[in-house]
Design a protein around this ligand. Structure first.
Ligand SMILES: Cc1ncc(COP(=O)(O)O)c(C=O)c1O
Length: 391
């Protein structure tokens, strides 16, 4: 039985649209991530999962420890349902949530928020919460070349050099309402950019990534040493799914973050260092056949975040050989698909898609159907299905 037959059989009782998680693929992806991390713990990026049951299951596997959350209200909720060691990896200006954090002793012990400037520290300190708030200092891990005329990587923190990092760390140490718990430097230009791309673009990416790795390994080491002179650090976090084996090779790194690798969405097909199995899929029904060689499915317009373009669209995955109409792309309520495979599809048949990114899929569906082999064994709510839409 091929994957399409297996998934069709497992879900024959469901009416599309719906989303599934192939648990065998998920487990094999998780095991591959752990092998790549060679003994260093992987902090699970919740934004790339957005389903409580799946988060709990992967955290129960060996090799994974702690959560990297995306908002403070999310982190407070996760801790309230029993998860521990939650790092909110993006700064917050949510005074209500910060007050709630600093007023709840248990939450204040389990949650760490991200800061990168005295402005963040002032905001947190101004709330004068009964319990000190744990903070993580975010460092710019971007790559800069040609005298600053070229830059790659996410625009995150203004803190880039060891002296700057040590100054913010010293500032934290001088404020009784705050406690420095860790340091984070996310190299998006390596972890989130596929290097297995043909032609000059691929060569340019590999050139940039090689130089960036070398530069970052030295700078990150210096930053960690400078900050450790001022304060103890419980963790130094870096990387993402695309860079696990590279990031953990640095001595200064104590843990790596990763999330997308579990679902293995389309954008993660383009890496030389690893492969994975598509684990999260969604099915749309064929609802009409406008012309020979064309079928139209219901829905489909679930683009991923980031700079808009074709790479952000879901991939028509099974049956193989379907593509978008160039004028229509993935539509709001219907999506025509062209290609030889269209001839074999009838009304009500499913077309299986992969999202370009991982967790965003769960903002479109209230549940994930968990598939074992050729059977759906369980249905679990996504964040959205629990009414938890944090972003
Ligand atoms: C701070 C941080 N760490 C790690 C990651 C990697 O996540 P993933 O493994 O899902 O690509 C991200 C993703 O954007 C991130 O923002």
């Amino acid at each position: 039985m091929d994957d399409r037959q297996r998934l069709d059989r497992a879900t024959a009782h469901l009416e599309p649209p719906f989303a599934v998680l192939d648990m065998d693929a998920l487990r094999s992806n998780a095991a591959a991530m752990v092998r790549r991390a060679r003994g260093k713990p992987i902090r699970v990026a919740s934004k790339s999962i957005r389903c409580r049951a799946v988060l709990e299951r992967v955290l129960a596997m060996d090799g994974f420890s702690g959560v990297m959350a995306f908002t403070l209200p999310e982190a407070l909720w996760l801790v309230s349902i029993g998860l521990r060691d939650v790092l909110v990896a993006y700064p917050t200006a949510d005074r209500t949530a910060l007050r709630a954090l600093g007023s709840d002793e248990a939450a204040a012990q389990e949650i760490t928020v991200t800061v990168d400037s005295p402005e963040h520290l002032d905001l947190i300190e101004s709330l004068r919460t009964p319990h000190p708030i744990r903070v993580c200092l975010d460092i710019d891990a971007g790559f800069v070349a040609f005298g600053g005329r070229f830059r790659a990587g996410a625009l995150r923190s203004p803190v880039r050099e060891p002296e700057q990092a040590a100054a913010v760390a010293a500032d934290v140490a001088g404020r009784p309402g705050l406690r420095l718990a860790g340091l984070m430097a996310y190299e998006a230009q390596i972890a989130g950019v596929g290097d297995d791309v043909p032609g000059p673009y691929g060569r340019a990416v590999r050139w940039m990534q090689q130089r960036s790795r070398r530069e970052l390994a030295v700078r990150r080491g210096r930053i960690v040493r400078a900050v450790r002179q001022v304060a103890d650090l419980e963790f130094v976090n870096g990387g993402g799914t695309g860079s696990i084996e590279k990031t953990i090779a640095e001595r200064a790194i104590t843990e790596v973050a990763a999330g997308s690798g579990f679902f293995h969405p389309r954008l993660f097909d383009f890496y030389r260092g690893f492969t994975g199995r598509p684990a999260a899929l969604f099915a749309l029904p064929v609802v009409r056949r406008p012309a020979p060689g064309v079928v139209t499915v219901l829905g489909g317009g679930y683009p991923a975040s980031g700079a808009a373009g074709p790479t952000r669209l879901p991939q028509p995955y099974l049956p193989e050989g379907l593509r978008y109409h160039p004028d229509e792309g993935a539509g709001e309520v219907q999506t025509p698909l062209l290609g030889e495979a269209a001839a074999g599809l009838r009304l009500g048949d499913r077309v299986w898609f992969r999202h370009a990114k991982a967790g965003e899929l769960c903002e479109r569906f209230p549940v994930l159907h968990l598939v074992e082999g050729d059977r759906v064994v369980e249905e679990v709510p996504t964040y959205r299905g629990e009414g938890m839409t944090f972003l």
